[in-house]
Design a protein around this ligand. Structure first.
Ligand code: NAD
Length: 473
């Protein structure tokens, strides 16, 4: 049976559940309302938490093998509904259909890969009279708070680790993109015991209700640094475990020995994918001054070929900005192009249209202190900056409160490694950027986050650390 993408309900205790109040998101390509979604109340949340606690008692006693099997079957049903989910994602998020399809495919890859990771159990000592084992036990009820840029992949990146390690989880999608998150939980109903995986949609009050709830044990949050601080403060009251994946302002340093023609298509993609609404996009491009002019001309030519438009148009690469709030923020940042006397080598202005469209914009060597360099734009605008001295460019790359990702591009791997070793970021790449894997831990340093997701380190963040002492005889 094909997935119904016209009606949307919460999933509570294994059942599709309506609420008395509803609200709706907006299709960012035409500002038309998307279908109604539930507005969860405190009572709805209480029911979900009660169900999650009851489910945890049963689910935490199952074996890794049993959970793996259930997750694999669930991954199959996501894959079987790939086209419907991708179309829904474009309708709610705005990204081009090809990028939506890729997001669903990645979610399936993550769902199949994460449960193959072995959770370690370590024998610390095994003597005649005593054996000491370190192991990981499930935490309880997890809450996943998800942003609007990658609503499927980022939700799955929390759901699968939580379930695989024996927890139950309640997912709260962003109010801007609630649709696919609810469908992920609906598709899960046949695969897990009731209460193991639930999803609740709501307004701006639902996130704080979840972080305050006394019977939720862990919050995995992805979103802005400002909200991350609020989440952590709220979780402190009940000593919830917290993982925070927050904003970034990633620098890419381009050395003078690169093959410009070879790397430009990649750098353009890594700067403008998803209309630059990705935490680990390249957001500052530092180009060695000896190649700056050639690089700028070729970068502009590459980005010029990107078509801006609705995600349903197969020619589109730059879809709309996801929501009016982000669009207004971007307009404010764009206004600094004239107020700061900056030079736009491409784009530079925003014309009001039927959707939240912004053409890709490249700023030619702005001052380091300008907002286009210092702020995380989360919109298709990038500054290109000149550098000549290695120590100076490293200092500028690191002079940010963010520390999510950073990269060095050079044919000289020794030099690149020397520079990479000095970058302050949770992920550092040489000759690439934004490479992620379900097997590799992913997280930020400084204001870009606390803790990691994915890889064995990410999985164990859904666990208690337990040391078992066995006195023999
Ligand atoms: P946001 O912080 O506004 O919202 C994220 C989520 O938090 C939403 O579901 C929202 O409803 C919820 N929320 C809002 N206030 C809350 C509160 N007080 N308590 C609990 N929950 C609350 O972020 P956004 O605008 O949706 O996403 C954009 C930001 O996310 C950017 O800064 C981006 O860099 C960052 N991001 C980071 C990563 C990462 O993995 N590090 C990935 C994607 C996005």
């Amino acid at each position: 049976m094909s997935l119904d993408t016209t009606t949307f309900r919460n999933v509570i205790n294994g059942e599709l559940t309506s609420t008395t109040q509803t609200r709706h998101g907006v299709n960012p390509a035409n500002k038309q309302p998307n279908p109604e979604v539930p507005v969860t109340t405190a009572e709805d949340l209480d029911r979900a938490v009660t169900a999650a606690k009851a489910a945890f008692k049963i689910w935490s006693r199952t074996t890794y093998e049993e959970r793996r099997k259930a997750i694999f079957a669930y991954a199959d049903s996501i894959e079987a509904n790939k086209d419907a989910l991708a179309a829904l994602l474009t309708q709610e998020q705005g990204k081009p259909l090809s990028q939506s399809t890729q997001e669903v495919e990645l979610a399936v890859v993550w769902a199949r890969a994460l449960p193959t990771i072995e959770i370690p159990e370590t024998v610390i000592q095994d003597k005649e009279d005593v054996k000491t084992i370190h192991r990981y036990t499930p935490l309880g009820v997890a809450g996943a708070i998800v942003p609007w840029n990658y609503p499927i992949l980022l939700a799955m990146g929390k759901i699968i680790p939580a379930i695989y390690t024996g927890n139950s989880i309640i997912v709260k999608p962003s109010p801007f993109t609630p649709y696919c998150g609810l469908k992920l939980a609906e598709l899960a109903i046949p695969h897990f015991p009731a209460g193991v995986f639930q999803a609740l949609s709501g307004g701006d009050d639902l996130g704080p209700m979840i972080t305050e709830h006394p019977n939720i044990d862990k919050i995995s949050f992805t979103g802005s640094t400002v909200t991350g601080r609020r989440v952590m403060a709220s979780c402190a009251k009940t000593l919830k475990r917290v993982t925070l994946e927050l904003g970034g302002n990633d620098a890419a340093i381009i050395c003078d020995d690169v093959d410009i023609d070879k790397i430009i298509p990649n750098l353009a993609l890594l700067s403008f994918l998803c209309s630059s609404q990705i935490c680990m996009m390249i957001k500052r491009l530092y180009i060695h001054e000896s190649i700056y002019d050639t690089f700028l001309a070729k970068f502009v030519a590459a980005v010029k070929s990107y078509k801006t438009g609705a995600g349903t148009d197969p020619e589109t690469f730059i879809g709309p900005i996801q929501n009016s709030m982000q669009y207004e923020k971007a307009k404010d940042l764009f206004s600094t192009i004239s107020s700061d006397n900056l030079t736009a080598a491409l784009g530079g202005s925003i014309k009001d249209s039927k959707g939240y469209f912004i053409p890709p914009t490249i700023i030619d060597n702005p001052p380091e202190a300008s907002r286009v360099v210092q702020d995380e734009p989360f919109a298709p605008i990038i500054p290109l900056l000149k550098w000549s001295d290695e120590a100076d460019v490293l200092a500028r790359a690191n002079a940010s409160e963010s520390g999510l990702g950073a990269s060095v591009w050079s044919k000289d791997l020794d030099k690149a490694r020397r520079m990479a070793d000095q970058l302050e970021a949770g992920s550092v790449w040489i000759n690439s950027h934004f490479e992620v894997s379900p097997f590799a831990p992913f997280g930020g340093v400084k204001n870009s986050g606390i803790g990691t997701e994915w890889g064995v380190q990410g999985l164990t963040q859904y666990c208690n650390s337990q040391t078992l002492w066995v006195r023999k005889g």
